[in-house]
Design a protein around this ligand. Sequence first.
Ligand SMILES: Cc1ncc(COP(=O)(O)O)c(C=O)c1O
Length: 341
Amino acid sequence: MPEHAPTYLHLNENPRPPSKDVVNAVLGVLSGLNRYPKVPNRLHGRLAEYLGQGLAVENISVGHGGVDVLHQLAVAFLHPGDEAIVPRPNFPVYVNNVANRGATLVQVELNDYRLDMQALLDAVTPATRMMYLTSPHNPCGSLTTQDELDWLMDHLPDHVLLVFDEVYWHFASDPAQARVWKHVHADRNVVVLHSFSKAFGMAGLRLGYAVSSPRIKQKFSPPVSEFRVNLMTEAAGLAALEDTEGVRESIRLMQEGCTVLYNALSGMDGVIRVLPSQASFVAFRPDCSGKWLESQLAERNILVRELSGFQMPGWVRISVGNPGETEQCLSEVADILSNRP
Ligand SMILES: Cc1ncc(COP(=O)(O)O)c(C=O)c1O
């Protein structure tokens, strides 16, 4: 194996590091770590302000990344005997959480790699407690539209909590993108998940948050859990929310990178299907083993993700990297596929 650091295109990270202001903000609080964070800390209010939409501190709950918020939700709402609906393919953490809670997993196939609202609703039973939706979808990159979401919310019975995972929302350019704010304000059973790992480029910091009505928030995030945000995270999060230019640049980089990946893979010998993406990655189906392609790329020091773990075996997902990394990866994929068994 080569000795220099691999090119990481397997975890949907942002290749741009956080700004100097974010780094300095963290350094600035280090000498005050003898103090507890204030509760609710300034991050909650600032997040509400950042999102606008008439949201307030009472609507925001935080966690150590989106994964931690997903865990909090599962602990609060899922119990043995409950059913949880998870589309297939999916982000694997949902399936793990359902299993860890001893709840029953109910899976609904995507329709041409998009969430199928009618099929999801048809899967609801009196035992259903949660439904997990992702938009933009990981790993397919597809978007749920406002009309689709509104239709689902109109039909979803009150005993089901919808977890609407939008950690890639910044990157979507389609104006039909579904947003849930009116359903939050109507105190519907919905929780939106956001993360600082993607557009803000802070995956290593572990900061995610949920937006819901105060009634739902109180069920899964009691006031004491607001200590979850430590002073460094609070400082970094506050500084990142000011970095409008940095986020805009990340969005531009990801959108351009998705177009480059989609166009190059679409015309490539050995590729059967490529999915257009509203996120920060592109999934495609090679006409050889996806695992073989993944391992061949790893030998060339480039990490991508074969999607068996996402219940999409044979497919491969490439995250957008810096332009040079994306180009390099594409040229290695073309070279490997031209020699496929
Ligand atoms: C769909 C989806 N949800 C949630 C997360 C969790 O993000 P984090 O824990 O880094 O905030 C990810 C991370 O890749 C994701 O793809």
